[in-house]
Design a protein around this ligand. Structure first.
Ligand code: PLP
Length: 397
């Protein structure tokens, strides 16, 4: 195999070439190694590989050449030393959170989390004796006050799903460092292009690669990125023995997704900014939350820690749930779906879908109201999307 090594590439170049390992055939596109296992020339060679004395792949639950290319390319993009790719975003979150914790440890997490992430913190961790505290992630003093002698981990997502709250990652990382905890950041909404949590002081970054990284609605995937020592000491054995591994076929699909990630994210963000501006002036809309607008509640942090707005917009339709439902049902082009980051524009009503398991008070505390919808802007022409939204709002009224 020959490897393409980084030569101070800019992200767009790294996303086309980074991590490529060519076989002796010299293929242009990344090879798909659809194999479960690997063979050895001798029993001694197998023994040496298992002992870690000789390089090479052993079994695709541990590592696979196509998955390895995806992990290397993600490391180049993120500026991380090492990575492990997983079968879904939730497998990445669970691995990143659970691999280093034990009974008696304490976790502080922002309360504004994707429903399944919050379930891990609120429901699963306590079952295994892990203490957890949820805080308002935008309140830096709340992170400080939540720290206990046994605090081992901080966890947040920013911008948050679905209300696009932005948390000051550098400030939270500083508190984590003071108490010797590690900060895990779910960077799905920002994408690896618009926010660099490791550079801001976070210790671990996780992605649902299902979202913008695939970006074309094809396969699930995830990835955990961090320093090599943590991956070797904490994640490696958890990963190897619990088996959340990414399939080589999905890794290949995600490698193809990475090639076009900058083009898609740039276009989708540009359209989203235009649509957010349009919706903010619409009489049927109560509130628009969009990072990148001056009226975003954390506009100063957005300016400091993100290089772009977002491909997502959160807004409230006047008239509550029935108006939000009529509006969604009136859309012809934008499809109703709880996924995001796709080439197709997708809309969801978080209170009855992604965040339906939260009690009403907890939902309202997060700003998820009866009329709140989350729009993931795709690659369609922004004029067509605006026409579709306007028509559906008029019908709902
Ligand atoms: C912020 C966030 N984290 C994690 C996930 C989980 O990703 P996956 O669906 O790939 O398991 C999602 C999915 O919607 C998400 O929005």
């Amino acid at each position: 195999m020959t490897s393409e090594t980084k030569r101070n590439w800019k992200p767009a170049t790294a996303l086309v070439h980074g991590g490529t390992q060519r076989s002796a055939f010299g293929e242009t596109s990344e090879a798909l190694y659809l194999t479960q296992g690997f063979v050895y020339d001798s029993a001694e060679a197998a023994e040496a590989r298992f002992k870690g004395e000789a390089p090479g792949f052993i079994y695709s639950r541990y590592a696979n050449p196509t998955v390895d290319m995806f992990e290397r390319r993600m490391c180049e993009l993120e500026g991380a030393e090492d990575a492990r790719a997983t079968a879904s975003g939730m497998a990445a979150v669970a691995a990143a959170l659970l691999c280093s914790l034990g009974a008696g440890d304490h976790v502080v997490a922002a309360r504004a989390l994707f429903g399944s992430c919050r379930w891990i913190v609120e429901t699963l961790m306590p079952k295994y004796g892990i203490e957890t505290t949820l805080v308002d992630g935008t309140d830096i003093d709340a992170w400080k006050s939540a720290v206990r002698a046994n605090t081992k981990l901080f966890f947040l997502e920013s911008p948050t799903n679905p209300t696009l709250e932005v948390i000051d990652i550098a400030a939270v990382a500083a508190i984590a460092n003071e108490c010797g905890a590690r900060l895990v950041v779910d960077n799905v909404f920002a994408t690896p292009l618009q926010q660099k949590p490791l550079a801001l002081g976070a210790h671990v970054v996780v992605y649902s690669a299902t979202k913008h990284i695939d970006g074309q609605g094809r396969c699930l995937g995830g990835v955990v990125l961090s320093d090599k020592a943590w991956i070797d000491d904490k994640l490696h054995d958890y990963f190897r023995h619990t088996g959340p591994s990414l399939s080589p076929f999905n890794a290949w699909t995600l490698l193809k997704g990475l090639e076009t990630l900058p083009l898609r994210v740039r276009q989708q963000t540009e359209s989203a900014a235009r649509i957010a501006g349009h919706l903010a002036c619409h009489p049927a809309i109560e509130r628009v939350v969009y990072p990148g607008r001056n009226d975003h509640p954390q506009a100063d942090i957005v300016a400091r820690q993100m290089t772009g707005g977002s491909t997502l917009i959160c807004f409230d339709v006047k008239g509550g749930k029935s108006a939000a439902f009529s509006f969604q049902n009136g859309l012809d082009l934008v499809r109703i779906s709880n996924n995001l980051g796709d080439a197709k524009s997708l809309i969801t009503h978080p209170a009855t879908t992604t965040h339906k398991n939260l009690a009403e008070a907890a939902r309202l505390e997060l700003g998820i109201n009866a009329g709140t919808v989350r729009l993931s802007v795709g690659l369609e022409d922004a004029d067509d999307l605006i026409d579709d939204l306007d028509r559906a709002l008029a019908r709902a009224a």
